[in-house]
Design a protein around this ligand. Structure first.
Ligand code: ZN
Length: 243
């Protein structure tokens, strides 16, 4: 399994408190946990400042699963790159969207909605409840996962109804949130997971690490159907399928 972890890598370079938690960047932390937990994975990283954001056609052609973290710089991601990622998802690449990447161009494009939500940064206690106990992404994780302090993300979360809902979070402030959502788009699988705010060491939590490793395996689809989904602007419908 060839995994690419993409991160805008802005907070870690400008906020010493974040750099202390993630000295190798959030991408470094996520890549490391995946390399340790997904035994057959070959993991590489890419960031905003790399040429073409590190997501060249060659990199994406050699990526089975893409992880995405972004927050401050969604608008700096070039539309051509978003288009390229979108086409790869349509053709079967898996995508795991983490935390504040709910407002990334690629996630909004795939959802077709605003993807807005309510939030509060006030050291809430978050409980991540499994609501789909047979789902592979929930395998082996505590019920609930407890994050002693985290940012609150609450409903209403403006996404289409998930094809599969795996987790719902509750917070000490009383809010709830659909925190683990699966979507099928084209031939690709997309998983959105909300834990992962930059000022908390969320990616060190063993259950969160387990969820991300499970997610990599769930979105990974080595088989490819003969159906080609044509998303080119020249296509009469933009979305028709040909064998
Ligand atoms: Zn956040």
């Amino acid at each position: 399994m060839r995994i690419t972890v993409w991160n805008e890598y802005v907070h870690e370079r400008h906020n010493p408190a974040v750099a202390e938690i993630y000295p190798d960047g959030i991408h470094g932390a996520v890549a490391s946990l995946l390399a340790g937990g997904v035994t057959d994975a070959k993991v590489q990283t890419a960031t905003l400042e790399d040429p073409e954001h590190g997501l060249t056609a060659d990199v994406l052609d050699n990526t089975d699963v893409l992880f995405w973290w972004g927050h401050l710089a969604h608008h700096k991601v070039a539309d051509e790159v978003v288009e390229r990622v979108h086409q790869r998802v349509m053709q079967g690449m898996g995508l795991v969207v983490m935390h504040s990447a709910h407002l990334s161009k690629i996630f909004c494009r795939l959802m077709g909605t605003t993807c807005n939500l309510r939030w509060r940064e006030a050291d809430d206690r978050e409980l991540v409840w499994t609501v789909s106990p047979g789902h592979p992404i929930a395998a082996g994780v505590a019920q609930p996962i407890e994050l002693a302090t985290h940012e609150m993300y609450g409903e209403y979360f403006d996404i289409p109804a998930p094809d599969e809902l795996v987790f719902i979070s509750s917070y000490s402030g009383g809010e709830v949130f659909r925190s683990g959502c699966c979507f099928f788009r084209g031939k690709g699988r997309v998983f959105y997971f909300s834990p992962g705010h930059e000022t908390y060491p969320v990616f060190a939590d063993p259950d969160i690490r387990q969820v991300l490793c499970n997610a990599a395996r769930w979105v990974y689809q080595p088989q490819t159907s003969s159906i080609v989904i044509d998303t080119s602007p020249e296509s009469p419908t933009g979305w028709f399928q040909t064998d």
